[in-house]
Design a protein. Structure first.
Length: 226
């Protein structure tokens, strides 16, 4: 039961954090995705054909930063006896990105300090993606990209309806996917609201939340690679 509660909580928290950070950078940094970085290819292509300036090309930088982050996450996992060390690293980076934004970004607009902070957030989201890939059983599914979860939820909904909601496995799976998708959506809404008013500094909140969870429950967790 405790394991199930832990999975529910971690799924809720990480999905909300990913939706939050993805929206914060999109709103405050020229439509850059930090969690679902392949989405930047689409925005980049659109801006190029619309005659955008060199700032559009910065979106492509998220891809190598993400790759480097995943490599770093893999190294952290290989050398640590605690599977949550990756998330602790993510939390620290998010807090630092928020502090740097608050201290150094004093004027609105897309300046080089903004992009430094954005790449730090991309680094943090790369670590979360790595955690999800290495420790897949810790959550109910991917927490940073919702397409697969929506697909599974749709299949579960179809099976549930056809069985008059008597298919227990489909109903339980639908609940799990709904938690993931709903948490991500909640994070998106909160990220949009706070980023609009306070900018990139609001990444301090999810970072502090992840660190607090690690200190209260995750620091003694052993490594169990899925």
């Amino acid at each position: 039961m405790e394991d199930q509660k832990s999975i529910w909580f971690l799924t809720l928290m990480l999905s909300a954090v990913a939706g939050y950070c993805d929206t914060v950078t999109f709103v405050s940094a020229g439509s850059i995705f930090s969690a679902h970085v392949t989405g930047n290819f689409i925005v980049f292509a659109y801006q190029v054909i619309k005659g955008s300036d060199a700032q559009a090309w910065i979106k492509l930088l998220t891809f190598p930063v993400f790759i480097i982050s995943v490599i770093i996450g893999g190294r952290i996992a290989a050398r640590s006896f605690n599977r949550y060390k990756i998330l602790l690293s993510e939390g620290i980076i998010l807090v630092l990105s928020g502090i740097i934004s608050e201290v150094f970004i004093r004027k609105p607009g897309l300046i080089w300090e903004t992009y430094v902070v954005v790449m730090m957030i991309v680094l943090a989201m790369g670590l979360q993606n790595t955690f999800g890939k290495l420790y897949a059983k810790e959550t109910f599914g991917p927490t940073t990209m919702m397409t697969g979860n929506v697909t599974q939820a749709s299949l579960d909904l179809g099976n549930s309806i056809s069985s008059a909601f008597k298919d227990v496995i489909s109903v339980q799976s639908l609940k799990k996917q709904s938690l993931t998708i709903g948490s991500f959506l909640f994070g998106c809404l909160m990220g949009a609201l706070l980023a609009k008013n306070f900018g990139l500094s609001v990444t301090i909140l999810p970072g502090a939340g992840i660190i607090a969870c690690y200190l209260s429950a995750g620091k003694n967790a052993p490594v169990t690679v899925s």
